[in-house]
Design a protein around this ligand. Structure first.
Ligand SMILES: [Zn+2]
Length: 70
């Protein structure tokens, strides 16, 4: 068996095939995939972060314009 194709189950830490649909040790469905809310939190966080940066830069430009009196 090719060991590179084995990964750890996120639930029981048993070695399972990357292609396994369920963990043969604990029966966890989709042991290779992160929960959907992990993606929501990560992508939502990235969007909020860049949105916040864009807003902050816009405010910064306004403040600089006020200070320099363009
Ligand atoms: Zn497992």
């Amino acid at each position: 068996m090719d060991e590179k194709k084995l990964i750890k189950c996120s639930v029981c830490n048993g070695m399972i095939s990357k292609r396994a649909k369920t963990c043969p040790h604990c029966g966890e469905p989709k042991p290779n995939e992160l929960e959907w809310y992990v993606y929501v939190i990560v992508y939502g966080g990235i969007i909020i972060f860049f949105g916040g940066c864009a807003w902050f830069l816009g405010q910064l430009i306004e403040w600089v314009r006020d200070i320099l009196d363009f």
